[in-house]
Design a protein around this ligand. Structure first.
Ligand code: SF4
Length: 349
């Protein structure tokens, strides 16, 4: 069932087995990010989870550390080791298991680097790694081993703009990361301005999970520069389970859509999290109610440490067929697989 929060935007109280924390009314997204939980033992303690789970999480934590901001933590059911939101952020020993086909760079992105911080995967589009930081660390992330320091070393924005200006076939730029919205708005406004001065550029796409994990990120400053650019601007958010959508997230979507920014959602199909027709129907139905278009359901990329989340493709196809029988066509995303070196994503169903 959708656990749409009864809590008000003005105050969210997190109840846990051992302590109480809260999101202060109107708290700035930077302050929320600064005090995100970075310790797996503390995460388990705040959620009242068994000590064995905390020990397992601590032993399974690698260089890809725990990062969970309070607004997201507030949506995890205290005391439930199987909570689908917890499963996305808590390191488990399954991450350490040997899975030979699961590798550090499943999409061979290293081979797509054009210049520091700039990736060219598909025709007519370039992807800027605008930030190496995220507001949450998702255990299934295909970039969980991404060499941000090396890829962005020597990253000079002027060089990025010059490269895009020199390639007249480029119509669209994607701001990605990490999460590009970890960058301050004054800087993002400058970047949008520089990009808008490149005559052949038509569209700007922003890939972000911040409106989901810290919905307070969708503030007036963000909306101001989104509204101000001549580029057609799209925001692609990332939500995997209906319990991720609380009243604050719904309000953030409304603000974006009301500002004229089309919002699309991509999800990753994951065992134990959303490999269920009821859960997916609730997620996609809820998204369209909020005027967010379900865009892609991704087959999990084969990244090392995430093999325990994989769902067989035949099961994914079956789920999409079930969704088609119960949702309007625009509410059913395309089920896709990313393949290294391919000209486009492969549509599985
Ligand atoms: S890039 Fe996106 S999916 Fe990966 S850890 Fe950051 S927020 Fe999560």
């Amino acid at each position: 069932m959708l656990r749409l929060a009864s809590m008000e935007i003005s105050a969210i109280t997190l109840k846990s087995g051992h302590s109480t924390d809260s999101v202060v009314a109107g708290e700035d997204w930077r302050a929320l990010l600064a005090r995100a939980i970075r310790d797996p033992v503390e995460l388990c303690r705040q959620l009242g989870l068994p000590e064995e789970l905390a020990v397992e999480a601590a032993r399974s934590t690698t260089a890809f550390r725990v990062l969970v901001p309070q607004p997201y933590l507030a949506r995890i059911r205290p005391g439930d080791p199987n909570d689908p939101l917890l499963a996305q952020v808590l390191p488990r020993k399954a991450e350490m298991a040997d899975a030979p086909q699961f590798v550090c760079d499943p999409l061979h992105e290293a081979g797509t680097v054009r210049s520091p911080g700039l990736l060219g995967k598909y025709k007519g589009r370039l992807l800027i790694v605008a930030s190496g930081a995220c507001a949450v660390h998702c255990r299934f992330c295909f970039r969980r081993h991404f060499p941000y320091v090396q890829t962005m070393y020597g990253h000079i924005w002027r060089g990025v703009f010059e490269q895009i200006a020199a390639e007249t076939s480029i119509e669209e730029v994607i701001l990605s990361g990490g999460d590009p919205l970890t960058t301050p708005d004054c800087r993002l406004a400058e970047i949008a301005q520089q990009l808008s001065e490149i005559p052949h550029l038509r569209r700007l796409r922003i890939h972000t999970r911040l409106p989901i994990v810290i919905p307070q990120r969708v503030n007036d400053e963000l909306l101001a520069w989104l509204r101000g650019t001549r580029l057609a601007t799209f925001m692609v958010v990332h939500c995997n389970h209906p319990a991720e959508i609380d009243a604050n997230v719904a309000a953030a979507f409304s603000r974006l859509v009301d500002a004229g920014v089309p919002v699309l959602n991509q999800s990753v199909l994951m065992g134990g999290i959303n490999d269920d027709a009821e859960v997916l129907a609730e997620l996609f139905g809820r998204l369209v109610d909020l005027r967010v278009i379900p865009y892609y359901l991704h087959q999990l990329d084969r990244v090392a440490g995430a093999a325990h989340f994989v769902v067989p493709e035949e099961r994914g196809r079956e789920l999409i067929r079930q969704l088609r029988a119960r949702l309007p066509g625009y509410a059913v995303p395309r089920y896709v697989r990313d393949t290294a070196g391919a000209e486009h994503k492969v549509v599985l169903e």
